[in-house]
Write a protein that binds this ligand. Structure first.
Ligand code: BG6
Length: 459
């Protein structure tokens, strides 16, 4: 396998899933503080004690040890997110919380000291709770201003230290999980008018952050981040192919706007058919023209689509129906390494922008025996996917890098469990919150180290 010489190998995390210290040094609450069971139960009225994210893996205090381990694996980059509510505890303040910025100063400076390029997500499912409960989250246009203020604060503050930015994590996931965007209703309760207006607000906010990042420092590279799911027709029936196209369009909309700077025709038609009239100012249209430098995405699974409502059985959390040719993880996510090559080609053909795989991995239960985990299943999963990245590169796709999800075990987003582990590094913490938080190298730790050292030749 031939990977480019400057390929950015590394790992990816999110603040709420690793940091803990959920009220330390002036941090405000985020939507995650009322999601003790992830997406399994509705948000609670108040924060509860059973939320593992309160302490998470205590990266807040152990970041040096963790970054040392990443450096030992040879990471070229580390994807982290800034918790918006650490910088602006309520989200609508005009002055930042200095202690929040100081924490990220320490982390970023230590990464740079270790020669690791930071890749920062501005908003990773961490909308300040006040913005959710007081303003209705992204349904409210005012969030554009608040987000812009936050983005300006951190992009100016980290000028020259952080060059790679992502705006919203899996921006298309609002179609399925609105509470991550601070919207406390299901998509059905919300209705299309409010849902698409909220999406519009996020897209404008993303474009504004891109614009100001380029103004603050032309060396900044800003990407969008999409939850990527190849959607195959369940059968050769053209109606199934059409169903797959329609479902793919839902996701493409977000990339199309970020890359082309305006809404695609198929989307406008859909709005018309749904009777949705977007409130879109002339200034919004101008803002959207500030397009991204690269497209990043997460990839875990593919799904099938069918025009027949009865077909196929229940899909997974992002819709569709199961693919009868694929096996699934313990959490029902279907494993499809070839789908990664397909989506890389698809996105490249469509957008002709450099691509960055910023999440991929296998959530699995691990057994710590003799201070390590024999996680051959994880090695197989990652190896198979990386081989397909290599194939896509051979196909001519420009790929900037690959950051596996959760290089160190962390709290799951969908289930809020510790036992859904992705790491090369095991963290001693259990679903009931017990454990020493001690870190251990798994077998995959040495495997990934070798992959990076050989720049993919060992795959
Ligand atoms: C992505 C999210 O959807 O998938 C991450 O960006 C998340 O935050 C990851 O952790 C894996 O999902 P889960 O539910 O297994 O944690």
């Amino acid at each position: 396998m031939m990977f480019p010489h400057n390929f950015l190998w590394g790992g990816a995390t999110a603040a709420n899933q690793i940091e803990g210290a959920y009220r330390a040094d002036g941090k405000g609450l985020s939507v995650q503080d009322v999601m003790p069971h992830g997406l399994r139960t509705p948000p609670t009225a108040e924060p509860t004690n059973d939320n593992l994210k309160r302490e998470a893996i205590d990266f807040y205090h152990r970041y040096r040890e963790d970054i040392d381990l990443f450096a030992e694996m040879g990471f070229k980059t580390f994807r982290l997110s800034f918790a918006w509510s650490r910088i602006l505890p309520q989200g609508d303040e005009t002055e930042p919380n200095a202690a929040g910025l100081e924490f990220y100063d320490r982390v970023i400076d230590y990464l740079l000291e270790k020669g690791i390029e930071p890749l920062v997500t501005l908003s990773h499912y961490e909308t300040p709770l006040h913005l959710a409960r007081h303003y209705g989250g992204w349904t409210n246009r005012e969030l554009i201003t608040f987000f812009e203020r936050y983005a300006r604060t951190v992009i100016e503050h980290f000028k020259g230290r952080v060059r790679y930015w992502l705006t919203f994590n899996e921006i298309n996931s609002v179609l399925h999980f609105p509470f991550f965007s601070g919207i406390e209703s299901t998509p059905e309760e919300l209705g299309p008018q409010k849902l698409y207006q909220a999406i519009h607000h996020e897209l404008v906010a993303s474009a504004r952050a891109t614009k100001l990042a380029h103004e603050i420092d032309p060396a900044n590279k800003v990407g969008c981040m999409i939850l990527a799911v190849p959607r195959y027709p369940l059968t050769p029936d053209p109606q199934d192919a059409l169903a797959a196209m329609a479902a793919s369009h839902e996701d493409y909309t977000f990339g199309d706007v970020h890359v082309r700077g305006s809404y695609p025709g198929y989307f406008l038609r859909k709005l018309k058919e749904l009777g949705v009239e977007l409130e879109m100012t002339d200034a919004d249209k101008e803002d959207l023209k500030h397009t991204v430098d690269y497209v990043s995405f997460s990839y875990y699974m593919s799904v099938c689509e069918s025009a027949n409502q009865e077909a196929g059985g229940e899909g997974n959390i992002i819709g569709g129906v199961p693919n009868p040719t694929l096996k699934a993880s313990e959490w029902g996510w279907q494993i499809d390494p070839v789908g990664l090559r397909i989506i890389l080609n698809d996105y490249w053909d469509r957008w002709q922008k450099p691509l960055f795989i910023v999440e991929n991995g296998l959530g699995a239960k691990d057994k710590l025996i003799n201070e390590t985990v024999e996680d051959d299943y994880r090695i197989d999963y990652l190896n198979d996917h990386l081989v397909q990245v290599g194939e896509a590169i051979e196909d001519g796709v420009k790929v900037l890098g690959y950051t596996s999800w959760g290089p160190i075990d962390l709290v799951s987003a969908s289930t809020a469990q510790m036992s859904k582990r992705y790491g090369f590094i095991y963290v001693d913490r259990n679903d009931d919150g017990s454990g020493s938080l001690k870190r251990y190298r798994k077998k995959s730790f040495d495997w990934y180290k070798q992959v990076i050292a050989s720049n993919g030749a060992s795959l």
